[in-house]
Design a protein around this ligand. Structure first.
Ligand code: PEP
Length: 255
């Protein structure tokens, strides 16, 4: 029996202005309310300045939640330009994406730093969407399992089993992000299954079976259904296609 939550999360990255963000959030909320019937969780991850207005626009739709795309690893203080977990929580957001490959690549975030960010997020009552994935070179040299296994272990295995009800894993092969290349459903399933076995070995079956593992990398309406039909794929982390309300809602419906 499938006990796991089904989740579609839209990562808006550094796109849209306030007006566009509000329009997109309103459209998604209206479509989800009018058209979608089910248990799936919908998460919108706008840039920091739009967390509050987006949360206001979706707060009456019970299965839509708001996520930040990053946070700072310290609680508070003299860190000009940074945003803390408690600020995000107080904005109305309930989730935070951490470890996105763009953060790892352009901002030098490594597993040790991400472990601290995860602690901050959890200590402030946020649910974490922790991203991991291999580069094309790593896939081609046959070290995918080793790379994602290390990202999972070094980022998360310091946590107690009890923390896992507020953790979601997102497998995002870097070569498939924003490139139009999608992992085949079988390629994605193989990695998701591997991650679930790693979880089972570390924490036991209950945690492994309850933890949602999302796939990300050029998910669109045309490929969402076949990806989500894989046994260990519990939803998607969606970039480009989440910027169009109709496309994102079609992906939600594929859950
Ligand atoms: C992402 O950045 O998380 C992502 C999956 O992007 P895209 O869907 O555009 O490939």
């Amino acid at each position: 029996m499938d006990m796991r939550k089904k989740i579609a999360a839209g990562n808006w990255k550094m796109n849209l202005d306030l007006e566009e963000a509000q329009k997109l959030a309103s459209e998604v909320a209206a479509m989800v309310k009018d058209e979608y019937i089910g248990q799936a969780e919908v998460i919108l991850a706008p840039p920091f300045p739009f967390l509050v207005p987006v949360h206001r626009l979706v707060s009456d739709v019970s299965n839509i939640h708001v996520a930040a795309q990053n946070l700072h690893e310290q609680e508070a203080g003299a860190y000009t330009g940074e945003v803390s977990a408690s600020m995000i929580k107080s904005s109305g957001a309930s989730h935070c994406i951490l470890g996105h490959s763009e953060r790892r690549q352009y901002f030098g975030e490594d597993n040790a730093l991400l472990a601290n960010k995860i602690d901050q997020a959890l200590a402030n009552g946020l649910t974490v969407i922790y991203c991991l994935g291999e580069t094309l070179e790593e896939r081609e040299s046959g070290v995918t399992a080793e790379v994602v296994g290390r990202q999972l272990a070094e980022g998360c295995f310091h946590l107690d089993a009890s923390a896992w009800n507020r953790l979601v894993i997102a497998y995002e092969p870097i070569w498939a992000i924003g490139t139009g290349l999608t992992a085949t459903p079988e390629q994605a399933q193989e990695v998701h299954h591997y991650l679930r076995i790693k979880l089972a070995t570390q924490y036991g079956d209950a945690v492994a079976q309850a933890t949602p593992i999302l796939y990300g990398g050029s998910v669109k309406p045309a490929n969402a259904g076949v990806l989500f039909s894989q046994p260990d794929i519990d939803g998607g982390l969606v970039g480009g296609a989440s910027l169009k309300a109709r496309d994102f809602v079609e992906i939600i419906k594929a859950l």
